[in-house]
Design a protein around this ligand. Structure first.
Ligand code: UDP
Ligand code: MG
Length: 321
């Protein structure tokens, strides 16, 4: 391994009092053996059990532990984002705080980053959770994400990941988007690698999610397709839909007119359904156009706020003065 890094481990925590003592102990053991510095950023996501008190107590004799206390429960993505914002290291590791992820894997994550990758993602090769409510939905979601994003990753949902901090800080996390970090990273030109990890069955506490999250994932998927492929020029996609719908509608109307002029039919209104259909297509087409113009305006405002850029730089070699 190289000279050593400053490693920031980010832990989103919502009611994990049963897991915290053991987790911190394991993390400390693992991180102390690595060269360089480390910090652990525990983000208390509005826990209602003793998690916060436990963390505060642990901090008394654990100088590398930082606590970020969120004002209420915002969800895992927000907790991750808060932790990432506070991370000072050049490498950021995110992992679940429920002991399902094994701190022992961190060393391999760092080796992969040292090989030159920007993102290393844990792949849950063997999964122990329920097939119907967890694995099957996840198989389907992963299939769609691979297909829509074109990124050959097997497991988008895994939150055990390692990043070069420089890249990670450029990613905007919003909504439930932590599952899509690979997609957002890909947009920034990140080099990614997936490695198998061991995932332990949850022994302490309980999962914070139910079946409800499946719907959220599919909505995010639709949004992400837009965000990663059309953000800088939305009018193009919508414009094409406009042309397609309007052209078909117009063509049908035109045909009706022509056969009426030629005297093949007596009254256009006898073919009311056709007429209605063609007008409907044209109206839908115009709606796409209007939506496209709005999206175009919105994306320009979006890209102008903050310091969002339409590109991402890996490195700059300055000219010598
Ligand atoms: N978590 C959080 N806020 C929430 C829900 C979950 O910070 O609103 C944390 C939780 O404490 C854990 C991680 O996110 O560290 C993953 O949650 P969980 O284990 O419930 O998800 P699962 O493993 O069932 O996908
Ligand atoms: Mg879990």
């Amino acid at each position: 391994m190289s000279k050593g890094h400053f490693i920031s481990v980010v832990l989103p925590i919502f009611n994990e009092e049963d897991a915290i003592p053991q987790l911190l102990q394991r993390l400390r053991d693992v991180l102390q053996r690595l060269p360089g510095k480390f910090e652990i950023i525990a983000v208390d996501d509005g826990s209602r059990d003793g998690s916060l008190e436990l963390l505060q107590k642990a901090k008394e004799n654990f100088s590398q532990l930082a606590i970020v206390q969120l004002a209420r429960n915002y969800g895992q993505t927000a907790a991750l984002a808060a932790g990432i914002d506070h991370a000072q290291g050049d490498i950021v590791i995110t992992m679940d705080a429920d002991l399902q992820h094994d701190p022992g894997d961190i060393e391999r994550f760092i080796e992969v980053l040292d090989e030159g990758y920007d993102v290393v993602s844990g792949w849950r090769e063997v999964r122990t959770d329920s097939y119907a409510s967890r694995r099957l939905p996840s198989l389907i979601a992963n299939f769609f994400m691979r297909w829509m994003s074109g990124i050959p990753i097997r497991d988008f949902g895994s939150t055990f990941k390692g990043y070069k901090a420089q890249l990670l800080k450029e990613i905007d996390l919003f909504g439930e988007l932590h599952r899509f970090i690979p997609v957002l990273a890909h947009r920034l030109g990140a080099r990614m690698k997936e490695i198998p990890i061991t995932v332990h069955p949850r022994e302490k506490g309980s999962s914070k999610y139910g079946l409800g999250r499946i719907f959220g994932v599919f909505e995010d998927l639709v949004f992400l397709e837009f965000y990663s492929n059309h953000l800088t020029k939305p009018i193009r996609g919508f414009g094409r839909l406009f042309i397609l719908f309007f052209a078909i509608g117009f063509f049908i109307s035109l045909c009706l007119m022509v056969i009426w002029c030629l005297g093949i039919i007596d009254r256009v209104l006898d073919h009311g359904a056709m007429l209605l259909f063609s007008v409907f297509l044209m109206i839908v087409g115009v709606q796409f156009l209007v939506t496209g113009i709005l999206a175009e305006l919105l994306s320009r405002i979006y890209l102008q706020t903050g310091n969002r850029k339409i590109y991402s730089v890996r490195e700059v070699h300055k000219a010598e003065a």
